[in-house]
Design a protein around this ligand. Structure first.
Ligand SMILES: CC(C)(COP(=O)(O)OP(=O)(O)OC[C@H]1O[C@@H](n2cnc3c(N)ncnc32)[C@H](O)[C@@H]1OP(=O)(O)O)[C@@H](O)C(=O)NCCC(=O)NCCS
Length: 313
């Protein structure tokens, strides 16, 4: 494999237009060449600046770009998200003219170096199980697949879904006063927390996010779910709940935001109640993903749904 020479530096606001173009070309080229028959990102490339917008506001300064040494042209970029106990990697993309030339590997290695030198116990990501280029990139770098997800697209009728949950009454919109309880619930279920992310989803300064919580029977919370509704991405997550019926109640609540639209949800493959309910809602399978960890991992003590924005689980 020929390696492309590149310089790595932090992304700046000036990179954003080229970043949007590169991100769109990277995903659309890869998925077209692998039989999707349609664009992965169907929005205008300028809409893809939402990744920069959201991540810059939650925790600024955490995206490496790879540029050509002479021209400074963008060759690739990868965000990373340091949180209280871990770092998450993503979204990763390389300019198609430089695929298979070691650019992705240099970005991953730099983020591993950051993770280790700052003493974090784990680097985590959710990567495609269909895309062998990204699978190999992460697997060779030492990531271990831990959970498999099926990505399901649900088209929510304009009149809403017919499904309901007996736990509906326990679901409500999240408020900033819930943040401490959300944090302790995610620590219990997933062994991580990300206070700034919950707060950001609840405050919603970008206008495309929403968050719900599910009250526990006694005190505190038993579940949390966020969703993003933006031209770049309609997706439910991050979400976590102690039990599958509780997750279902949260999921139905967030799905209702997408009346008349399609939305993506990544469901753990062994959670058959969720899978079967979504099939009854007309869901189709579009992809499969792997939750992967390099370092310490606590198996989930409940149900965990990832998101690609904000991607910090
Ligand atoms: C996935 C992607 C980032 C990979 O970037 P890249 O710069 O082409 O990857 P690299 O050239 O650095 O390859 C990384 C490693 O994977 C290996 N690799 C890639 N494809 C492979 C395959 N099919 N089988 C075995 N190894 C493979 C390479 O050989 C290299 O390892 P090595 O240097 O130890 O030999 C790029 O294809 C891309 O942007 N795709 C579209 C967007 C995307 O899928 N993003 C990730 C979402 S999960």
């Amino acid at each position: 494999m020929k390696t492309s020479a590149c310089v790595l530096r932090s992304m700046t606001q000036e990179d954003v237009p080229a970043y949007g173009r590169m991100l769109k070309r990277a995903f659309n080229t890869w998925y077209w060449n692998h039989g999707w028959g349609q664009d992965y990102f169907q929005c205008d490339e300028r809409e893809l600046g939402i990744f920069w917008d959201i991540y810059r506001q939650i925790s600024p300064g955490h995206c490496f770009v790879a540029v050509e040494p002479d021209s400074g042209a963008l060759m690739g970029a990868c965000f990373y998200h340091p949180r209280e106990h871990h770092v998450t990697l993503g979204i990763m993309a390389v300019e198609p003219d430089h695929f298979r030339r070691g650019v992705g590997k240099q970005l991953v290695n730099r983020i591993i170096e950051f993770t280790e030198s700052h003493g974090y116990a784990a680097l985590r990501l959710v990567g495609s199980a269909c895309n062998m280029n990204s699978f190999s990139l992460y697997n060779r770098a030492g990531f271990v697949p831990r959970v498999t997800y099926q990505d399901m697209v649900v088209r929510v009728p304009a009149s809403g879904l017919e499904q309901s949950s007996p736990l509906d009454a326990r679901v409500r919109g999240a408020s900033v006063t819930d943040v401490a309880a959300i944090k302790s619930l995610e620590l219990e279920i997933s062994g991580i927390c990300r206070e700034g992310d919950y707060r950001f989803c609840i405050d919603n300064p970008v206008g495309c996010l929403h968050a719900s919580v599910l009250d526990a029977n006694g005190a505190g919370l038993s579940g949390f779910a966020a969703s993003v509704r933006h031209p770049a991405l309609h997706m439910i997550g991050p979400a976590f709940a102690r039990t599958e019926p509780e997750m279902l109640a949260l999921l139905l609540k967030e799905l209702d935001r997408f009346r008349g639209e399609a939305v993506l949800v990544a469901i753990p493959m062994d959670r058959r109640q969720l899978v079967e309910t979504l099939y009854r809602c007309g869901a189709v399978n579009v992809e499969t993903h792997l939750f992967q960890v390099r370092g310490k991992f606590q198996p989930f003590q409940g149900v965990n749904l990832p998101s690609f924005l904000p991607e910090t689980g």
